[in-house]
Design a protein around this ligand. Structure first.
Ligand code: ADP
Ligand code: ZN
Ligand code: ZN
Length: 728
């Protein structure tokens, strides 16, 4: 018998199967093993067992050892590995590494065991074996008899360690290893207030539970009780003896969310997120693979939770960009979920208050089934949104951060003892260029996306087609020389608020203030307990938090993501405004939202104000169709990088020529060009790209992968991406 082994080294040359003889080991597919490799012993994974090999007998070596007493990669995951390698062009080992805890590899983390002692059960009268004078031994024996089983540490502190040793040596006491699970958050408060679903919620749960093998898009306004729907579906799935996977964006995995799942499902939940220690993560994973835990709650990577018989996969905030893994290994969470759905015959729920245009389009076409929650719980109204034209503020002499309206609303809110959230958008890290007098934004004439200012070249560039334009000195529309680039910082805004409210604490949450593992949680905790009335923050505060006393939300610079140089920027702006606005007025007190913008007439604000997603979708979808962007096309980019500019250029040229030939006469190619990447130099690597847009039915991507592979050398790195989130 031969084992087909993938060795745990990520390298293109070694990305193939090695054959080893099994010898007298008991092996099955999915086992982790050590094998001789060159002069070393390394770890690997058995992906198949066969009777034959092409390897000449004198060359074949034998598997050294099997590492675990269970296969660490399940049958389903082996199938998923094949699917992912094919679809995303991954190395096999990079796919496999997604499926097991990192620290488990190379034995960096193991089961935590403790020694326990118990009385030898074969002895009828153990006390009779102890001399009357040996009081220490008698005390130890009595202690164990009374407790049944005691940890060695405990008995050694309570009784004489020498006596315990003596009893163990004489086989009166015996010891065994017991595995201890390092489960996170077991100390969280349990609040078992199970609610009665509203009619709307019930209809959704019933629709999901009465079918199988379907993907549902759950469009529910903020505060409509989606989480409650998820929990009911999970409970039903568990009662059928199946398991469940619940995915949430990393920044929404707050203690609130985690504890509500613990409260509902107790120890049956495994929590997988980046805040866990290696030991905790490993133990939670072990509880899933052994079936001890049957619900996995976590961020993107929890889609690989190793459970069997999956009954439902839920992806909350499905529009969130974090569900796409952008760096190696690249994958799209919803696609992995689709694979597991097929394998298990289960359902998927994609939930959002602001579905991505692509998902909603699928729901319109019948690929997904649309479910809706149109009302907030208790019919609480959505907050009022006021749109403030910042151009008018400037003309009126106010060049500050806050409009007069936001300032007066802030005073009102704080004086009434309520809380306020001030949101600052940091998505547009590359600076667009805008006229501060009339709101004009420089755009590409061919792509209708905002241009990016490249300081080093003093030019404006389109990140889609590569066109260059001269930097503006005056506004082409109104002639003003107030041209703005760059963006506002949270720190600046927090300072201003401290000036306005000298007695108040102002909390700030952004990348700088959340470097520590628990900072995120502690800032939100302080705000929830009302230690501070004002919270200033970036995207991190936009999601999922439920603060009943927040009555005011200020959006300081709504335009930031609008003019991000991405075809999705309008969609993202809509999503962000809806999410942030959804933080206000969630409880009994009504909420107000003040949104500051330099482009008050942009359709995105009108639609956000009306809260009507469908109107927004209609308009946006139309635009995508006219301009031929996703979902009406797929964007494919081949990114070429290397240290030497000439080599990068040559590789790029070679690829471009081949793609050009490939595209000739092929009507499925809508656009093709090659250029330097927007970020031309990263970490001393020159970057260039071939960009194309193809019709959705284009299915020859493997040919594009081949062309890219042919151009790879040890000096040139090439990656192929489809609809990447980030085109920098
Ligand atoms: P969403 O995720 O749709 O924004 P949530 O699930 O956070 O909404 O629900 C909003 C609030 O309504 C939460 O405080 C939740 O506990 C509460 N809630 C949800 N369903 C019900 C219900 N059927 N009855 C009473 N309260 C509910
Ligand atoms: Zn102007
Ligand atoms: Zn362009």
């Amino acid at each position: 018998m031969f084992a087909k082994v993938i060795v745990d080294i990520s390298n293109d040359e070694l990305d193939r199967i090695f054959d080893y003889s099994v010898g007298d080991l008991s092996l099955e597919p999915g086992c982790r093993v050590t094998v001789p490799f060159g002069k070393k012993q390394i770890e690997g994974y058995v992906i198949d067992i066969t009777d034959a090999t092409d390897c000449p007998p004198e060359k074949i070596k034998q598997v050294t050892a099997r590492l675990d007493d269970y296969p660490v990669i399940t049958q389903e995951m082996l199938a998923l590995m094949r699917y992912m390698c094919n679809r995303y062009h991954l190395r096999v080992i990079d796919a496999l590494r997604l499926f097991i805890p990192t620290q488990m590899r190379n034995g960096k983390v193991k089961e935590l065991t403790r020694k326990y002692v118990f009385v030898n059960p074969e002895l009828a009268e153990p006390r009779s074996l102890i001399r009357a004078s040996a009081q220490g031994q008698m005390a130890a024996l009595n202690y164990v008899l009374q407790k049944g089983e005691v940890s060695l540490t405990e008995i050694n502190t309570v009784c004489s360690a020498a006596s315990v040793r003596n009893l163990l040596a004489r086989d009166i006491l015996r010891e065994r290893n017991v595995e201890i699970k390092r489960s996170p958050y077991v100390n969280l408060a349990v609040n078992e207030n199970s609610v009665t679903l509203t009619q709307e919620q019930n209809a959704v749960v019933n629709a999901v539970m009465s079918s199988s093998g379907k993907t549902f898009l759950l469009h529910g306004v903020t505060g409509s009780g989606k989480t409650e729907v998820y929990m009911h579906c999970i409970a039903k799935v568990l009662s059928l003896g199946k398991t469940a996977i619940m995915l949430v964006p990393e920044i929404s995995l707050t203690p609130q969310v985690l504890s509500s799942f613990r409260a509902r499902f107790g120890a049956r939940v495994a929590l997988l997120h980046s805040g866990l220690s290696a030991g905790e993560r490993f133990d939670e994973w072990r509880r899933l693979i052994t079936g001890e835990a049957v619900v996995a709650v976590g961020a993107r990577s929890a889609v690989f939770a190793p459970m069997k018989n999956v009954g439902i996969i839920i992806i909350d905030e499905e529009h969130d960009g974090s569900y796409t893994s952008e760096s190696n290994p690249r994958y799209v969470t919803a696609e992995v979920a689709e694979f597991r759905k097929q394998f298990n015959g289960c359902n998927i729920i994609l939930g959002s208050a602001t579905p991505s245009i692509e998902s909603y389009y699928k729901a319109q076409n019948g690929e997904y089934e649309l479910l809706e929650l149109k009302n907030r719980i208790n019919k609480r109204p959505l907050p009022d949104i006021s749109i403030i034209n910042m151009c008018n503020e400037i003309m009126g002499g106010n060049t500050g951060v806050f409009s007069a309206k936001l300032e007066s609303e802030l005073y009102k809110c704080i004086e009434a003892g309520n809380q306020a959230i001030i949101f600052i958008n940091r998505r547009g890290y590359s600076s667009y260029v805008m006229c501060r007098s009339c709101g004009y934004v420089a755009k590409c004439e061919q792509c209708d996306v905002s241009l990016v200012y490249h300081k080093e070249e003093g030019a404006l560039k389109c990140h889609y087609c590569g066109n260059r334009y001269k930097m503006l000195t005056a506004c082409p529309k109104c002639g003003s020389e107030h041209i703005k680039r760059g963006f506002l910082g949270t720190e600046q805004v927090a300072e201003k608020l401290k000036e306005m409210f000298p007695g108040e604490t102002v909390l700030r949450m952004d990348n700088d203030t959340t470097q520590n593992k628990n900072a995120h949680m502690s800032i939100l905790g302080d705000f929830a307990s009302k230690k501070a009335k004002i919270l200033v923050g970036t995207q991190m505060i936009a999601k999922g938090h439920d603060f009943p006393d927040v009555t005011l939300v200020g959006i300081v610079d709504a335009d930031m993501s609008l003019h991000f140089t991405d075809y999705r920027s309008v969609e993202r702006t809509y999503q962000l405004i809806t999410q942030v606005a959804g933080r206000a007025g969630r409880d009994k007190k009504p909420g107000t939202v003040v949104l500051q913008t330099y482009s008050p007439n942009h359709y995105v604000y009108r639609f956000a104000m009306s809260g009507d997603y469908k109107l927004f979708y209609g308009k946006e979808c139309n635009l995508r169709e006219v301009t031929q962007f996703p979902p009406f096309t797929k964007i494919v980019r081949i990114l070429v990088s290397g240290e030497n500019e000439v080599e990068v250029k040559n590789a790029l040229g070679g690829i471009y020529e081949k793609i050009k030939i490939l595209s000739q006469g092929d009507k499925r190619f809508v656009y093709l060009n090659c250029m330097w990447a927007p970020m031309k130099l990263i970490k001393n690597q020159r970057r260039a790209q071939v960009l194309m847009r193809v019709l959705p039915e284009y299915d020859s991507i493997s040919r594009i992968y081949e062309i890219a592979d042919e151009a790879k050398t040890n000096k040139i790195n090439i990656i192929v991406e489809t609809n990447p989130n980030d085109l920098s």
